[in-house]
Design a protein around this ligand. Structure first.
Ligand SMILES: [Cu+2]
Length: 247
């Protein structure tokens, strides 16, 4: 009675494929549900980068907030730029010039279904600062961006839901911050309006004189010239101006 029962399992065991780990793979993806997926929020432009990610249940999307002041806020598929009831909201997380720590929002992925996210700051959503976790297609991302751009304004989120705010060192961030914004430029001198529009170009020293000096080097086969003795590379401007002189 025992043995026939065991034998009856044999066909099932033989039919089950045996998957051996492939140890020669150079890059072994971590198991699903165990990944930290970085997404950069803001920066020189009001964007999510990337604006679509594929995540398994249990993965954590780590939003890293670059320059500006942004949110990660969940909307419905058909209600762009408007918070979904009970949806994820990070609150507004700023990044200012010189900051050495980067604000993050770690969002555990709880569903493999598409998840629609936008930034609720000002007009950022209308500018296309939206993304989808687990989109069904690239077209769905395009459609969501376009639908967001067609809205007239965003609705802000309220309380922080669906993740945890934290910080990482900027050296470990997935982005390089935008260069510090310069102080407001000084007002133009009063006489500026009378100056011809072309005066800045005319005031530049002509670079054409440098071009003829390059000619002998250009005729020398590069391979024979030791690198130490080569003349410095002409600037792009000098090359362009030299070419213009030759025409
Ligand atoms: Cu934003």
């Amino acid at each position: 009675m025992y043995i026939p029962g065991l034998l009856s399992l044999l066909p099932l065991a033989l039919a089950t494929p045996i998957i051996l780990p492939r140890q020669n793979d150079t890059a072994i993806a971590p198991p699903a549900g165990n990944r930290l997926i970085p997404v950069v929020v803001g920066g020189p432009q009001d964007t999510f980068i990337p604006n679509q990610v594929t995540a398994a249940v249990g993965d954590i999307v780590q939003f890293q907030f670059s320059n500006g002041n942004h949110t990660v806020t969940q909307s419905g598929a058909d209600t762009p730029c408007t918070p979904l009831d009970g949806g994820v909201h990070s609150g507004h997380i700023p990044f200012e010039d010189g900051q050495q720590m980067v604000g993050t929002f770690n969002m555990p992925v709880t569903s493999a279904e598409p998840m629609f996210l936008f930034c609720a700051t000002g007009p950022h959503c209308q500018l296309g600062q939206v993304m989808i976790v687990n989109p069904v297609s690239e077209q769905q991302v395009l459609d969501y961006v376009k639908a967001s751009q067609e809205t007239s304004e965003s609705v802000d989120g309220t309380s922080v839901v669906g993740g945890a705010a934290a910080q990482i060192e900027i050296a470990n961030a997935a982005f390089v911050p935008a260069p510090p914004e310069e102080a407001a430029p000084p007002p133009p001198p009063p006489a500026a309006e009378e100056a011809p529009a072309a005066s800045p170009e005319a005031a530049e020293p002509p670079a054409a004189e440098a071009a003829p000096a390059e000619t002998p080097e250009a005729e020398t086969p590069l391979a024979e010239a030791p690198a130490e003795e080569m003349a410095p590379m002409p600037s792009v401007d000098a090359v362009v101006e030299g070419a213009e002189q030759a025409m």
